[in-house]
Design a protein around this ligand. Structure first.
Ligand code: GMT
Length: 379
């Protein structure tokens, strides 16, 4: 089987899932072609059976904005023709599925049939796809895709409600993690020293793209309250529109010595390796890939009970889920874990076990593969 993968290449869960899926499929003998405007950051070096094709946005003085979705469709057509691909897997509906469906139509005129599978990742449904100007287009993409998957049951339900689709049109295939790569290591503790964190200090970490939906200011509020009782350091990984606000607040509150900005990191396992608790304060999260990364690293998670997070983090087992925006509850839950090392270890181990049983790479990648086969039978 030959598969084309279209995704956002930058820092973001959908690009990570798409890249890791592509690499894993290649190890199973599938030829994988990534078609993006940049090399996905998780496709670092040469991987056997994995190819990358770059889409050049088209600019011309008449256009106020460069074109992307049409050159993407053009590139998909070119790659399908050259390598005889069977299927395009679009991660994130807008605009990837429109480009894939356009390419499919054009290729059909010359007798070439391809399947189009769309994986919904979250904000393509919960935010972007609901915009008035994009709603009908997104709905059309979902209806016309030969296969439709969502990364959680929450997202499946949201999608069928928002777009008035029958739920059985959507297959839930959970996000996954490579547990051989993500495993706690004793040696990684040296990072604590490098960052100037004292051995006895607790490490609280937040990892996100600092968009408003992640509510990073809540992280700071929780941390400030924790400092009243605990000697700790807050590590902030990632960057985005709200980073400036957080920087200012840290300065105003004179928290500079306690809050460390680590910026964007291609992989977060080293940071998670020295983390005691991961804080997620998102308003919604279709899955919460970073929660799974923490679980694999035996780090308990404290998060708001929103979106698909309850499918990943089990309250009282591998983390605590608290009411949305309830800062005090989040403080109490984090404090409980930080002051009780045995509980922290127990939660950590249960998290890794859950990751192994439910979200391990082998299980979910095989599910995608079976799904592709099912789709191709009817294309
Ligand atoms: O968080 C974002 O806005 C980025 C977005 C993406 O598409 O990269 O993340 C979404 O997809 C991830 C991978 O499936 C999920 O783990 C995230 O929960 C989801 N984000 C939201 O739903 C807000």
């Amino acid at each position: 089987m030959k598969v084309g993968i279209v995704c956002y290449p930058g820092y973001g869960g959908s690009g990570v899932v798409a890249s890791e899926l592509g690499k894993a499929l290649a190890t199973k003998g599938i030829e994988v072609h990534f078609i993006c405007f940049e090399r996905p950051f998780r496709l670092e070096g040469f991987e056997e059976g994995v190819y990358y094709h770059e889409v050049e946005p088209v600019d011309y003085p008449l256009f106020k904005l460069p074109l992307y979705y049409l050159p993407l469709a053009g590139k998909i057509i070119e790659v399908v023709r050259t390598y005889n691909l069977d299927l395009i897997h679009a991660h994130y509906a807008i605009p990837h599925t429109i480009s894939a469906l356009t390419a499919k139509e054009i290729l059909a005129q010359e007798g070439k049939k391809i399947g189009v599978v769309t994986t919904l990742h979250g904000t393509d449904v919960t935010l972007v796809g609901q915009r008035r100007e994009l709603y009908d287009i997104t709905r059309w993409c979902l209806q016309k895709s030969d296969g439709l998957t969502a990364v959680s049951s929450f997202l499946k339900e949201e999608t069928s409600n928002i777009f008035n689709l029958t739920p059985d049109a959507i297959e839930v295939i959970y996000n996954f993690i490579d547990l051989n790569e993500y495993r706690p290591e004793v040696v990684g503790q040296s990072l604590k020293l490098k960052l100037g964190i004292k051995k006895k200090q607790k490490v609280i970490t937040h990892i996100s793209n600092f968009r408003p939906v992640k509510r990073p200011m809540d992280v700071l509020k929780i941390f400030e309250k924790l400092l009243e009782k605990i000697d700790g350091v807050l590590l902030l990984v990632g960057e985005g529109p709200e980073t400036g606000l957080i920087l200012n607040e840290v300065q105003n509150k004179k928290l500079g010595g306690r809050v460390k900005f680590l910026g964007k990191l291609p992989k977060v396992k080293e940071v998670l390796n020295i983390t005691d608790v991961l804080l997620i304060t998102s308003e919604t999260e279709s899955f919460g890939l970073v929660a799974l990364e923490a679980m694999a690293m035996e780090v308990p998670v404290v998060a708001y009970r929103v979106g698909g997070l309850p499918e990943v983090v089990i309250n009282g087992e591998n983390g605590f889920l608290v009411d949305f925006k309830n800062i005090d509850e989040a403080v109490a839950a984090t404090e409980k874990l930080l002051l009780n090392p045995e509980l922290k270890i127990k939660f950590g181990q249960k998290g890794r076990l859950r990751a192994k049983e439910k979200f391990n790479l082998e299980i979910q990648v095989n599910r995608y593969l079976n799904y592709y086969e099912k789709v191709l039978k009817v294309v």
